[in-house]
Design a protein around this ligand. Structure first.
Ligand SMILES: Nc1ncnc2c1ncn2[C@@H]1O[C@H](COP(=O)(O)OP(=O)(O)OP(=O)(O)O)[C@@H](O)[C@H]1O
Length: 283
């Protein structure tokens, strides 16, 4: 059985000008220990589809699906209380802005320990011990001291390491990483990506890597879903996608890689997608 199964996910937002369909019939599965990349340009509905899985969308979002299951459990129709037990424990997510994802008012130690208290009910001593271990695992030097630091006292890369530590606190079976390196310096990006991949192998987690970067896809994924304007354009294993892309949009993304360029200028996506009917406004 796959870890996560989604069939025909649709997300519509109520907006001042009428309903807006951000995700239009996405289906996917992720297996244990598998790395699935979801790739597409900004606004293609990558984050919204995963926020729907986490139950983190605002009330203006209407989420429907034929099926949305985690290990066979219906996560679409489960109670809020049951979902809270699952989310953050068996399914965890890290976001693209580590600085704004951490609460500036609390020390990083408190924030990690809070996850351990809520989900695992560990006592104070055990929480402390586990928090130190987690910070060490994600490569933060002097973890005992760093527990009492506030997010603004740490660099962006260190904050992202703390976010990863929080996500891993309860040994999740599935980790969703939403553009985890986008907000970081190029040199730090590689370190964080390497860290994520080594933790994924070590913990045997399923991983969904949301990215707009084909380089990240090539380095991390087993399988890839290409998304455009809320729809799935193509799904393939990573090698087939790079060697033999089927959809025009995938071809466009690949031709936009500087190393694949043939002329003086990089082609634009629009020149490949003439006549494509987007989702979007559904009035
Ligand atoms: N709360 C909201 N209300 C209305 N529209 C929204 C809301 N949240 C997201 N959207 C719209 O849904 C679409 C998909 O957004 P989403 O954030 O999933 O894109 P993305 O592919 O993850 O892009 P990015 O990489 O920039 O995050 C966008 O057009 C966005 O403006």
């Amino acid at each position: 059985m796959p870890l996560l199964t989604i069939e025909n996910l649709v997300v519509e937002f109520a907006t001042a000008t009428g309903p807006f369909r951000a995700v239009d019939g996405i289906s996917l599965t992720v297996d244990e220990r598998e790395v699935l990349a979801i790739v597409g340009e900004s606004g293609s509905g990558k984050s919204v589809s995963m926020l729907a899985v986490m139950g983190l969308l605002p009330w203006t979002a209407k989420v429907t699906a034929d099926r949305m299951e985690f290990e066979g459990l219906d996560i679409l129709n489960m109670s809020e209380a049951d979902r809270r037990k699952l989310i953050g424990k068996d399914v965890a997510m890290i976001f693209q802005e580590p600085m704004s994802s951490l609460n500036p008012c609390f020390t990083v130690g408190f924030q990690i320990e809070e996850v351990l208290r809520f989900h695992l009910g560990l006592d104070r001593k055990a929480r402390r011990r586990r928090a130190v271990e987690l910070l060490r695992d994600v490569g933060i030097p002097d973890p005992e001291q760093r527990l009492s630091s506030f997010p603004h006292q740490m660099s962006g890369g260190q904050c992202q390491r703390v976010m990863i530590a929080m996500a891993l606190a309860c040994n999740p079976k599935l980790l969703i990483a939403d553009e985890p390196t986008t907000a970081l310096d190029v040199t730090i990006q590689k370190q964080i990506l390497d860290l994520l991949m080594s933790l994924q192998t070590e913990h045997g987690m399923g991983l969904i890597m949301i990215t707009h970067n084909m380089g990240v896809v090539a380095e991390t994924a087993d399988r890839v879903i290409v998304q455009y304007k809320g729809r799935k354009m193509e799904e393939a294993d990573v090698l087939s996608l790079f060697e033999n892309p089927k959809s025009n949009y995938t071809k466009a993304l690949l031709s936009a890689l500087p190393e694949r360029a043939t002329g003086d200028r990089l082609p634009t996506i629009a020149s490949f997608m003439d006549g494509f009917e987007p989702a979007g406004d559904v009035r």
